[in-house]
Design a protein around this ligand. Structure first.
Ligand code: HEC
Length: 355
């Protein structure tokens, strides 16, 4: 086992080393074990960190990256082949950090433990960071930390968890996100990586060893997960010239467009439950109109590709615009009422009240 593995090098000069080539995974991951609590203590003063993350290039596990010993970050294990792959790699625990409900049945079938610790695109709160670090220290490893695509939230969660558990040098957190392809637009995720620190034993001791398999997510996040599913199906139509996808000939375009529009209607019904701003709900009403325009384009007797493309593009751009305006604002810059997963927790109680 090498100390260099988790970013603690024996070089005196700061060095970032991206190891891009694919690695002999099974050997690597099977050989993994926790580095123990005294890792930091073993690092000499003049030793500076370097990044030694590896892209694993496994078809079943999108964007899988070996973050450090015992921690792999990646995308959703979406079918049994993916779970079989995790098992083959020696993974023992899976941590989902997005809002979708984990597939517990598949995990159980392969003898894997699933833990649900979601966070938003606005960053990883201090509490969630502590819980993630505790999970790394207490649950059987290696651990696979995933979100939907494996580009944004899971690398951020992995950095906060691994740094928090003393398994990764804090100085390389940001480089890890860049390596994973995390979009710089997610400033909150970068902020979490930049501010990640090793938690003290006392801080970790205060965190309950509760690692739930599924947690409730805010209604807005839950609705968004469903919206994304239908949106992804429509993307499959688009790449097939708006004909039913070859692997799903049963799907009908106008029907999918109707479901998309209905999701926006449902989202607007969340006004009683979700404390978003007036502007937010105004934006959501405009989003509904765009979904209606798209639906109309699909209802034409012979829908025209040009019109469909244009109307769908508007819906797509609108997802991004709303997220940028309301969702992706770093946790620390948010106001009470804007907050998502942690709106009732301590970390946001210092946020400024919403005007
Ligand atoms: C008018 C605003 C708005 C629009 C339009 C919108 N979203 Fe969202 N979306 C949000 C907000 C706010 C959240 C964060 C909810 C939370 O964390 O509680 C979110 C969260 C998400 C999430 C993360 C869910 C999770 O795992 O936590 C996904 C995925 C998503 N949206 C997909 C989409 C897609 C796809 C579209 C377009 C088809 C879209 N959204 C349109 C506001 C919007």
């Amino acid at each position: 086992m090498s100390l260099n593995f988790c970013g603690y090098g024996i070089k005196t000069k700061f060095r970032i080393q991206f190891v891009l080539r694919s690695v002999r995974l099974t050997t690597l991951i099977l050989a993994m074990s926790w580095m123990g609590g005294n890792t930091l203590g073993q690092v000499a003063e003049n030793v500076l960190p370097r990044l030694t993350a590896k892209k694993l290039e496994i078809g079943e596990l999108p964007n899988a990256i070996l973050v450090c010993e015992g921690v792999v970050s990646g995308g959703l294990p979406s079918d049994e082949d993916a779970f079989a792959k995790l098992k083959e790699l020696g993974i023992k625990t899976i941590i989902s950090v997005d809002g979708a409900k984990p597939d517990l049945e598949a995990a159980e079938k392969f003898g894997l433990r699933y833990v649900h610790m979601p966070h938003g695109y606005d960053g990883v709160s201090e509490e969630r960071g502590l819980e993630l670090a505790k999970a790394l220290l207490e649950l059987p490893g290696p651990v696979y930390i995933h979100c939907h695509h494996g580009f944004h939230r899971s690398p951020a969660a992995s950095v906060v968890a691994a740094v928090g558990a003393g398994k990764l040098a804090p100085e390389i957190g940001v480089a890890m996100l860049e390596f994973a392809g995390t979009s710089p637009n997610y400033r909150g995720l970068y902020q979490s990586a930049r501010e990640a620190r090793a938690f003290t034993a006392a801080e970790l001791a205060e965190v309950a060893s509760e690692f739930p398999a599924v947690v409730e997510v805010p209604p807005m996040a839950e609705a968004m997960v469903d919206l994304e599913l239908v949106f992804d199906r429509l993307r499959n139509f688009r790449v097939n010239d708006w004909k039913s996808p070859t692997n799903h000939p049963d799907l009908k375009l106008a029907h999918e467009a109707l479901i998309l529009r209905e999701h926006y209607t449902e989202l607007l019904r969340l006004q009683d439950q979700e404390q978003y701003s007036t502007e937010f709900w105004q934006d959501m009403r405009k989003s509904l109109e765009l979904a209606e325009d798209f639906e109309r384009a699909t209802q034409a007797e012979s829908p025209m590709a040009g019109k469909l493309n244009a109307a769908f593009l508007k819906v797509e751009q609108d997802c991004k615009l709303c997220h940028r305006t309301h969702r992706d604002i770093p946790l620390k810059e948010k106001k009470i009422g804007d907050l998502s997963y942690y709106r009732t927790r301590n970390s946001i109680q210092n946020a400024s009240p919403k005007k």
